[in-house]
Design a protein around this ligand. Structure first.
Ligand code: PAF
Length: 307
């Protein structure tokens, strides 16, 4: 495993690997690795000659007053994880390397219209511009590759897919299953900032989605009723403050009235000072049958894929 901090070194290393015929699997991250990150690294490892992981806590995607300073950091633990997962290159650029004009913001940014605006974009204006900008830059530095993202960040995945399509970037984007603890809590680096009481309360998002999944499997196809049930359960927890519960199409993220095709049920809440998101995908086929995908447990068990 080699550790690189300079964009120029990364480019030289990867260009030479590509000339030798190597395919590159790329996992962009902000560190504080958990089993979800490991699953992305394993997917990349299984399919590519060279696995590159970037670790950069991107200031551009944090708004004023957000948790940039409190975002979990674990350089020693992260190094151990990338070694265990057989990663070839860990790219850990500093802020000045990624944004040469720093502390001035970059003059060039990437905005993926419409997809960036609802859901998390409402409470975090500018967040997805920060994500799209850093991801575009990382793709430019890494070059042609297959990039792996978790489906927990469903809106981010939609934004990145559209960015790649609109700019014609030579990157294949792969969305990997959301990973949950055994009590259903979706894995997130931010879970490290939950105190035990909040950690228990945080499962409310999963409980809310399960209630929604039960409703769908019971035959409910009205998106408004589904949204209300999910929101009701999610507000039924003293330590959690619901930010949103939405039912939207997975491609354009626009609100739905009746469930059909691929539907994203997405929730976000604050537990203490920690902002958490979660989601499930409902698929309703033309014959009216439905399946619900809530991801996988850390043990690899698939959650609720009933038809
Ligand atoms: O999902 C993340 O960890 C970040 O948003 C990403 C994609 C690495 C961009 O900073």
């Amino acid at each position: 495993m080699i550790l690189l901090e300079s964009a120029a070194d990364l480019r030289v290393h990867l260009d030479s690997a590509r000339r030798g015929g190597a395919s590159i699997g790329f996992v962009p991250t902000m560190g504080a690795f958990h089993e979800g990150h490991r699953s992305l690294m394993r997917a990349a490892r299984a399919a590519h000659d060279l696995v590159v992981v970037s670790l950069f806590v991107n200031p551009l995607q944090f708004g004023p007053g957000e948790d940039l300073d409190r975002y979990p950091r674990d350089p020693t633990g992260d190094l151990e994880v990338v070694r265990e997962e057989g990663v070839d290159v860990l790219f850990t650029p500093g802020v000045a390397e990624m944004y040469p004009g720093h502390p001035e913001p970059p003059l060039t940014t990437v905005h993926v219209a419409s997809l960036s605006e609802g859901l998390c974009g409402t409470g975090r204006p500018g967040h997805f511009d920060g994500v799209a900008t850093v991801v575009a830059k990382l793709f430019a530095l890494v070059g042609p590759c297959t990039a792996y993202f978790g489906r927990k960040d469903a809106q981010q995945l939609a934004v990145v897919r559209r960015l790649v399509a609109d700019l014609g970037l030579p990157v294949e984007v792969v969305g990997c299953p959301l990973v949950r603890e055994s009590d259903g809590l979706a894995l997130s680096s931010r879970n490290r900032n939950l105190i035990p009481e909040q950690r228990r309360a945080a499962t409310v998002l999963y409980r809310a989605l399960r209630a929604g999944a039960d409703l769908v499997m019971g035959g409910e196809r009205d998106a408004g009723r589904l949204r209300r049930v999910v929101a009701n359960v999610a507000t039924n927890e003293e330590l959690a403050r619901l930010e949103y519960a939405e039912v939207v199409g997975t491609g354009d993220l626009s609100p739905m009235e009746t469930l059909s095709g691929e539907v994203l049920v997405a929730v976000a809440a604050r537990v203490g000072g920690v902002r958490l998101i979660d989601n499930m995908t409902v698929t309703v086929k033309a014959d009216g049958t439905a399946s619900v995908d809530l991801g996988v447990m850390t043990e690899g068990e698939v959650v609720c894929a009933a038809r």
